[in-house]
Design a protein around this ligand. Structure first.
Ligand code: ADP
Ligand code: MG
Length: 612
């Protein structure tokens, strides 16, 4: 009976917060209410099917009674007497099948639509969350809410309606017909069944726990394999194959132990429940038989009783399984709904846009202080003030971890400053439309360009969806990318593979530059754009960047100081503040931090990329 309970148990969700989550009925209603009509019909059909199910054993019993009578008396025609009943039964079978078909179709219609709507809503609400939200979350967990949790919620929902309704109706209906058939036998059953169910539930919950542990162990083993296979280069480079094998083997070993324990538990459970059920049948037959012998019960009724009591037991067993499923489904639903209720601090739209004739691209950081939301006590920027004049190149240099990328993130408005403000042409960024700012004003090129697993054409067009093919070619030429793209057999239709795995670093970077240039940004941010490249790629990319920088407000972040020499102004950051600013010559003459950095980099061999 409660066997599938033990086998089909949940995937372990180790997040402790998931346990405290409350199921949001408001959201549930929101997704359910478009389907109320279908749901109503489904419920009626399911109830009907269940009621028919209750009827069937009664008719079967009457048929048996006719058979018994015919065997006893051998008078009349068996055929003619049983015809009416048989047709009735056939009819009921047909109706039952039709009703079942109907409500299952309706339920799958409702379930799939709800699941799709939930996924859509969750995905769009996830995409709108603050960057700070993603700093604190694992992508895998977010994705599993979209997949596993929605799936689990959907199947629980369907199960509750189909099985739950059917089982409840069948239990009630069968109990009624049982007590009508024979109150005495029913009383006997009413004592034995709950006792057995209790024992079964207890064992079942033990098995469930075991199965959960089993699954957690499988997940651990999978984790080990995943890590090793995913980082096979590192494993190979350290010759750690043997150790990884041993690690995996150890995890597998405990998997096996747990699974075997579970298997023994299930076997015991099945054996015992078989004995219990058979004994119940025998007991009923025995007691019922003596009632039949004493003329207190008809043989056919005993038969009906047996069938109906089996129905009750099966239904109660499936209700107990269902209960576990409901708990799991509700917590899965709670996880799905959790982030739908969350609204980001920095919305995607809203706020004003500066008309293009008034847009100069002058940017100022006014006494900006900032600490990351996930690390509130740690101030990355302290009273940071910096101006990027329109059409000029400003270079930001300084120690690694000094907060340079943070400055770029604030400019993109991935975060808002804790104190102070950032302005574009005198407007506080917080009053401007973030999508306009990111989509049309600022072009951002980082050290690790991320491409999407589609064609080169679509990757470049990511910067401006409505761009014509001509615009794409022009951007590619500007980015020094046209030549290598044309050399591919498929040209612009070449699929770059997941995360651009099939391209070299320099090629990826040039595509990223083309993608940023196609939107003709007023402001360009180059965050260590060339530092992951070898000298030759760096030269080509640098050439493209120099061309792209002309006439734009540019913030260049670099640790290789050779790349910033040409900037109109070089700003040296330390301790979250600007500590020096000026041209290359001015700063050298001054003999401060910049001069020191230059001296240190000059000491390094020209080929090594010196850590800043
Ligand atoms: P840089 O680009 O100059 O190397 P960053 O701006 O990346 O430095 O980082 C500045 C500081 O902020 C570092 O101490 C880093 O650990 C921290 N930091 C960077 N990104 C995050 C983040 N998303 N969440 C929390 N702390 C961060
Ligand atoms: Mg950085």
């Amino acid at each position: 009976i409660a066997l599938c309970e033990a086998e089909g148990s949940p995937r372990a969700h180790p997040t402790p917060s998931a346990l405290e989550l409350r199921f949001n009925w408001k959201f549930f209603w929101h997704f359910l209410h478009p389907h109320l009509l279908a749901l109503g019909v489904a419920i009626v059909l399911a109830l009907g099917a269940a009621l028919v199910n209750v009827q069937i054993p009664l008719l079967l019993g009457q048929l048996v009674e006719i058979v018994a009578k015919y065997m006893r008396d051998r008078v009349g025609s068996f055929m003619s007497e049983s015809r009416r009943l048989s047709t009735q039964l056939l009819l009921l079978y047909g109706v039952q099948g039709l009703l079942t078909f109907g409500y299952l179709v309706l339920l799958s219609h409702i379930g799939e639509r709800m699941a799709m709507d939930m996924r859509k809503a969750l995905f769009s609400s996830l995409l709108r969350q603050d960057i700070a939200f993603f700093d604190a979350k694992k992508t895998g967990q977010l994705v599993s809410r979209l997949t596993t949790d929605v799936q689990e919620f959907k199947s629980s929902f369907k199960l509750v309606i189909s099985q739950g309704l059917r089982s409840c109706t069948q239990v009630i209906g069968s109990l009624v017909s049982l007590s009508m058939l024979s109150p005495r036998l029913t009383l006997l059953l009413a004592i034995a069944t709950p006792a057995l169910m209790g024992v079964g539930t207890l064992m079942g919950s033990g098995l469930r726990k075991l199965s959960r542990q089993c699954q957690e162990q499988v997940a651990r083993a999978t984790g080990v394999a995943d890590e090793a296979l995913g980082n096979v280069r590192t494993v190979r480079a350290f010759a750690m194959e043997q150790r990884e094998e041993e690690r995996y083997q150890a995890e597998l070993e405990s998997c096996r132990c747990k699974a075997e324990e579970l298997g023994r538990g299930i076997a015991l459970f099945q054996g015992l429940s078989n004995i219990a059920f058979n004994c119940m049948v025998l007991g009923t037959l025995f007691v019922g038989g003596s009632l039949v012998a004493g003329q207190q019960l008809r043989g056919g009724d005993l038969m009906s009783f047996l069938v109906a009591s089996q129905t009750v037991q099966r239904s109660m067993a499936s209700l107990s399984v269902l209960f576990g499923q409901v708990v799991r489904g509700m917590s899965a639903g709670a996880r799905v709904f959790e982030y739908m209720a969350l609204s980001p601090c920095i919305p995607l739209t809203g706020g004003s846009c500066i008309p293009s004739k008034d847009l100069h691209g002058s940017i100022t950081f006014h006494n900006v202080s900032f600490s990351y939301p996930c690390r509130p006590g740690f101030e990355v920027l302290k009273d940071f003030t910096l101006t990027l004049p329109p059409g000029k190149i400003v270079a930001l240099v300084g120690q690694s971890g000094g907060g340079k990328t943070t400055v770029a993130s604030l400019l993109e408005r991935f975060y808002d400053p804790t104190a102070g403000m950032v302005t574009l042409d005198g407007h506080d960024l917080r009053t401007l439309n973030p999508s306009w700012l990111r989509g049309q004003v600022i072009g951002f090129i980082s050290q690790e360009p991320v491409l999407f697993g589609t064609t080169i054409m679509e990757n470049i067009r990511f910067g401006k969806l409505e761009a014509s093919d001509e615009e794409v070619y022009r951007a590619a030429r500007e980015a020094n990318a046209h030549e290598f793209i044309s050399s591919f057999p498929d040209g612009y239709s070449t699929v770059v593979g997941e995360r651009g795995a099939t391209l070299s670093g320099g090629q990826k970077q040039r595509l990223a530059i083309a993608r940023a240039l196609i939107k003709q940004p007023t402001v360009l941010i180059l965050d260590e754009a060339t530092s992951a490249l070898d000298a030759e790629s760096e030269r080509v990319v640098q050439e493209a960047l120099d061309r792209a920088s002309a006439g734009r407000t540019v913030l260049v972040i670099a640790h290789r100081l050779s790349t910033v020499r040409a900037a109109h102004c070089i700003v040296v950051m330390a301790n979250g503040q600007v500590c020096e600013a000026g041209t290359h010559e001015e700063l050298l003459r001054k003999g401060g931090l910049y001069a020191e950095l230059i001296r240190r980099q000059a000491l390094d061999a020209p080929l090594t990329s010196a850590p800043a």
